[in-house]
Each structure stands twice: as C-alpha cells, then as structure tokens.
Design a binder for this molecule. Structure first.
Ligand code: HEM
Length: 218
C-alpha cells in the first residue's frame, strides 16, 4: 500500500480514495452496460432482462476475483499475489456494480414484471451478504469482529454468493447451443472452478498448519 493510501487510512480509518475509485469505476461500467442493453432492446421487460443478465455477468467477474485470488496465491504461488492484495477492492467493486443489478430488479418490478417471491428470497439473501461483507470490510468494524469472526463471515457469505451465481449459470438447460456456449459455459466453468480452488487451498493450508504445529510440539 502506498504512502498516500496509508495516510488516508490513518486519517479516517477507511482507505477511501482507492476503494472509492474502484467502486465508482465498477458502478459506472455496470451502468454503461445496462444502458447499452436497454438501448438495444428497449426499457421494457426484454431489455431489462438482458440488462440483468449482462450486469450479473460483469459483477460475477469482479466477485470471482475477490473470491478466488487468495486461493490461487496459496496454490500457485506469488504470481497471483497482486490479485490477492486487491481482494478487498474487487469485493467492493462487485458490491458497487451489483447496485445496478438491484436497481434493474426495482425497475422490472415497477413496470409490472416482478420476479417470483422465491427469487427475491434466495437472491435477496445473497444481496444481504454482499453488503454485510462490504460493511465489515471497513477496518474498524472488522477489527471489532475479530479475526475468527471475520473469517467465519467471509466463509459463509462468499460461499453463499458463489452458490447463488452457480445455480443460475449451471441451471441453463440448452447445452451446446450458441447462447449456452457464449453466455453460460465460461461463467458456469468459473463458478465450478472457484469453489474447487478455495477448497484445495483450504486443505493445503490446513495440512501446512498441522505439519508446523506437530514440528513445534515434536
Ligand atoms: C448477490 C445477489 C444476486 C446474484 C448473485 C444474482 C445473480 C444473477 C445472475 C447470475 C443472473 C443471470 C441469469 C441468467 O443469465 O440466466 C441474474 C439475473 C436476474 N436476477 Fe439476479 N442476482 C442477485 C440479486 C438479485 C435479486 C435480489 C433479484 C430480485 C429478486 C434478482 C433478480 C434477477 C432477475 C429477474 C434476473 C433475470 C433472470 C432471467 O434471465 O430471466 N437478482 N441474477
């Protein structure tokens, strides 16, 4: 972290300039993608659904980097360290970009095509986890939670969000169609690879901890 960033952290307890730049850029990019989709198919149901699909994919890529960068560093070495170091920024960028997705949900509901109650419930919980994690990424709140509490919150929250993305990307039934190959397969693959990487990294870290603690006691 650069001098200037550290200074801003000391001053207000929150790395505002860097995080704000990431959040602002991600929000504007998501807004641009949504505007493009609405301009293509119009602001009715079809255009809004397309905008929801596009913004979901954009925010998924940001989420995936926040979710898997630590695991990739553990498994494949320091080449992935720069991504891991930016984990918080990717997470906050995801939360910010996803506001556009939620805005589109509100618009879809307003124009009379509200999603089913089950969708609100299942994805609403994922949205709550998103903003709870964003809130506790503030260093002062994270410190109050303690390292075990933060680990638990992250583990449950991130995996629930990953599961929510995976259910959508893996649920598309028309395998082999052009729409599937371009619009679903790459995202479905990432949504499977991400949790596998995290699991492998968890096992590797646990094995390493067991080895070092037995060496100390032995
Ligand atoms: C973190 C929370 C959320 C995640 C991870 C998420 C994920 C996704 C994904 C992956 C898609 C693309 C589906 C596809 O291409 O087939 C999507 C679209 C959509 N989402 Fe979300 N979403 C979230 C929040 C919400 C909420 C709270 C609602 C409101 C009930 C919602 C309603 C929709 C709708 C209506 C679509 C369009 C579905 C369609 O293709 O017909 N999402 N979302």
């Amino acid at each position: 972290m650069g001098q200037q960033e550290r200074h801003s952290l000391n001053l207000i307890g929150f790395a505002l300039p860097v995080a704000a730049a990431w959040m602002g850029s991600a929000f504007c990019a998501a807004l641009g993608l949504a505007a493009l989709a609405l301009a293509t198919l119009g602001p009715g149901e079809h255009g809004t659904i397309l905008a929801l699909k596009v913004t979901a994919r954009f925010s998924f890529l940001l989420f995936w980097l926040a979710y898997a960068a630590g695991a990739m560093t553990t498994l494949f070495g320091p080449a992935f360290e720069p991504l891991k170091r930016r984990g918080r920024e990717f997470g906050l960028a995801f939360a910010s970009a996803h506001l556009v997705h939620l805005g589109l949900v509100a618009w879809l509901t307003y124009i009379g095509h509200a999603p089913a109650r089950g969708v609100f419930l299942f994805f609403g919980v994922a949205a709550l986890w998103t903003y709870l994690l964003a809130l506790f990424s503030i260093p002062r709140l994270q410190k109050a939670l303690g390292s075990k509490g933060w680990w638990f919150l992250r583990a449950v929250g991130l995996n629930y969000i990953a599961y929510a993305f995976a259910t959508d990307f893996l649920g598309y039934p028309q395998f082999g169609s052009f729409k599937y190959l371009v619009g679903y397969l790459p995202f479905a693959a990432l949504s499977v690879v991400g949790p596998l990487l995290c699991l492998a990294a968890f096992v590797q870290r646990a094995a390493w901890l067991r080895k070092t603690s037995s060496r100390q006691t032995g």
